[in-house]
Design a binder for this molecule. Structure first.
Ligand code: AMP
Length: 437
């Protein structure tokens, strides 16, 4: 089915073709006509389903039709996202599409962690669509750089992530600034109770579009779990790189320190590896990402927070060097590969003391992966026995492998976000190994 059959104007159908979208994805087929009709939407879809264009195309059409040509600080469409990487990415998709229109609507992208002044300048004369992280958006409202009283379309993208990252309060403050009469588009990959509650409070008779994973559009990701000792993980990674000849690998670790440390060890071993985390300046992160896309880095070692929302086409492999904290993080991590119909592999290193945690993640995902042992990397460490619970405390025993509670996750994310912000403020340029020639 062509894009034009979904009710898009010929100019927008052409824009979709011009950026390389030959046919709409399932979520686009279902969502675009409803959004063009003014309906609210609840989209439950995996990353890589094409959801950005699913809301982007009809929003561009709506702001084009509604354009008044008046310069003001009012915004017509607001897209709220959890991270600056996702903000930049969504902004790029919208601008790419807008760039093929005769009178391109203005798309502004704003996020925290960088100076506010250029963003204030960018909003001068208004913007048709603003893509924003909630905290920076509120700062801009306080500076009177933007007014939200005429927002006609609101998008919450990765709503589950917005809540996971502790944005619930900021979200409520933003919502209070919006007019009651507006269209609401709500996208989330997962749908736990708090996400459901937020959607219930926001949406009016929404069209529910759930892109159930079917063989046609399930990302083709081969999942593997390999048992290995803690200290042999870097060597195993080098072995796998050599054996499989992966051109680009995203490696997940638990901390910014580990991202630096693992990247440095690989680099010293002759592999073009770079760290990528919130302790690097925004400019350094942008550069690493671009160089990774250009295949100048073979390996990028990242934290969950920094990697959220990264979209790199043709990423053949993801490696969980450290286990993710939760099953949701596992899904987000492996979703970085196998995007837009390509196949990929996701390898998880399971050290003896993390085996129990990995089993919990598997259980939550309904998975049962064989725990492979690679010749030459047979584990020799023994998992520590679970410590007895202290009186009056839940029986987690402080075992590394226990599944963190919601509160733990919020605390960990808040602590990491704080550490990232502090590190960012403290250092102008991130440390990284010398760049490859
Ligand atoms: P998203 O789910 O929005 O992050 O999109 C995932 C990837 O799919 C991006 O790389 C898009 O460029 C790509 N994409 C989106 N829509 C289409 C389409 N109709 N045809 C081909 N690729 C698409």
């Amino acid at each position: 089915m062509p894009f034009a059959a979904l009710g898009l104007s010929p100019a927008l159908a052409h824009a979709a073709q011009a950026v390389g979208f030959t046919a709409p994805t399932p979520i686009q087929t279902e969502a675009i006509p409803a959004i063009l009709n003014g309906q609210d939407l609840l989209g439950i879809a995996q990353t890589g389903s094409g959801k950005t264009a699913a809301f982007g195309l009809p929003l561009l059409q709506a702001v084009q039709l509604g354009a008044t040509g008046q310069a003001s600080r009012h915004v017509t469409a607001l897209v709220l996202v959890p991270t600056r990487e996702l903000a930049a990415q969504v902004g790029e998709v919208l601008r790419d599409l807008a760039g093929h229109l005769q009178q391109p609507p203005k798309v502004a992208v704003v996020f925290g962690g960088v100076s506010i002044n250029p963003q204030m300048m960018g909003l001068r004369g208004g913007a048709d669509i603003v893509v924003a992280t909630p905290g920076r958006l509120l700062d801009l409202v306080e500076h009177n750089a933007i007014q939200l009283g005429k927002v006609a379309h609101l998008v919450l993208d990765e709503a589950d992530r917005l809540l996971d990252l502790g944005f619930a309060e900021e979200l409520q403050r933003v919502l209070a600034l919006l007019p009651a009469k507006r269209q609401n588009l709500f996208f989330s990959a997962t749908f736990a109770a708090p996400v459901q509650a937020l959607a219930d409070g926001l949406l009016h008779q929404p069209l529910r579009v759930e892109i159930a994973p079917t063989p046609d559009h399930t990302p083709d990701i081969a999942q593997r779990a390999i048992a290995v000792d803690d200290k042999r993980r870097t060597q195993l990674l080098r072995h796998l790189l050599k054996e499989h000849g992966w051109t680009r690998v995203l490696v997940f670790v638990a901390t910014q320190y580990a991202a630096e440390h693992v990247a440095e060890k690989l680099y010293k071993a002759g592999i073009f590896a770079s760290p990528f985390h919130g302790g690097l300046s925004q400019g350094a992160r942008k550069q690493v990402l671009q160089e990774f896309k250009d295949e100048r880095w073979q390996v990028v070692v990242t934290t969950d927070l920094a990697a959220r929302g990264i979209d790199i086409a043709q990423l053949p492999a993801v490696v969980n060097y450290d286990l993710p904290r939760s099953a949701d993080d596992y899904v987000h991590r492996i979703g970085r590969t196998g995007r837009a119909g390509e196949s990929g592999v996701a390898v998880t290193f399971v050290t003896p003391d993390a085996t129990a945690h990995f089993r919990l993640i598997e259980k939550r995902q309904g998975l049962a992966l064989p725990l492979e042992v690679i010749a030459g990397f047979e584990p020799t460490e023994v998992a520590p026995p679970p410590a007895p619970a202290a009186p009056g405390e839940p029986g987690t025993g402080g075992v590394k492998g226990r599944r963190p509670s919601k509160k733990d996750k919020l605390r960990a994310a808040a602590a990491e976000a704080e550490a990232e912000a502090a590190a960012e403020a403290a250092r102008p340029v991130g440390k990284k190994p010398p760049k490859p020639e």
